[in-house]
Design a protein around this ligand. Sequence first.
Ligand SMILES: CC(C)(COP(=O)(O)OP(=O)(O)OC[C@H]1O[C@@H](n2cnc3c(N)ncnc32)[C@H](O)[C@@H]1OP(=O)(O)O)[C@@H](O)C(=O)NCCC(=O)NCCS
Length: 221
Amino acid sequence: MDHVGKSAEDGRALSAQPEDERHDPPADLPPPRRATLRDGTAIVIRPLLVSDREELARGYEELSETSRRRRFFSPPSRLSDSLLDYLTDLDFDQRFAWAAHLEDDPDRRGVGVARWVRDRDDPTKADAAVTVADRWQGKGLGTQLLIALVEAAVERGITAFVADVLWENTMLLDTLRDLGAHVRPSEPGVARVEFDLPTPGSEIDGTAIHEMLVASAAAAS
Ligand SMILES: CC(C)(COP(=O)(O)OP(=O)(O)OC[C@H]1O[C@@H](n2cnc3c(N)ncnc32)[C@H](O)[C@@H]1OP(=O)(O)O)[C@@H](O)C(=O)NCCC(=O)NCCS
């Protein structure tokens, strides 16, 4: 299995198309949130800022080859300047990203990132991606980032996330369909899956979007 779910937006970013212009972050950034992992570790989830650029590059360098492949279509060996520009160019309306660090880490080293990019043609949809540093995987951080990501999206009028899944993943596609996801053709061999977003505050377990995270986590191990 080559990949489980991918963000088509990343594919475009990695082809490093020149950006028209940078987006301005709003004066009123979304407030940070606290979360607790399964092992009791306290985490801060806060907006990703331009000043996180170096930390993002460092975190990527520490990411295993497997996690890089699961996250990006064709992972580069390092994040180029243009890709770092793209990943930190956030207005928190068209492009949104959360960064996570341990609450008691004075250096605030990043342990996870979650982002969405609003679809250019349908502003009610967004491409979403979650990445957790390898040594912090399997502790519930991916789920906490996903919950924060969904809430931020719903608050901004997004009703569905999209991801690409290989048609050969028939069991996963059947499960996602059973959970209400919409599946349609994308590129050859690839299905575009749309996940309706759960209402903030409702359980994320048992939703199609959570099932997608579980499948990505299992594939990365
Ligand atoms: C996918 C990813 C973000 C998940 O992050 P995480 O912090 O490990 O996720 P969680 O600990 O919250 O676990 C999420 C679910 O996956 C399950 N899971 C975690 N690791 C697993 C593993 N190795 N095998 C099977 N299931 C696993 C968990 O049990 C949990 O399911 P549950 O809520 O039903 O118990 C992380 O593996 C990652 O960064 N992978 C590389 C990038 C990627 O694939 N991103 C997704 C596509 S953009």
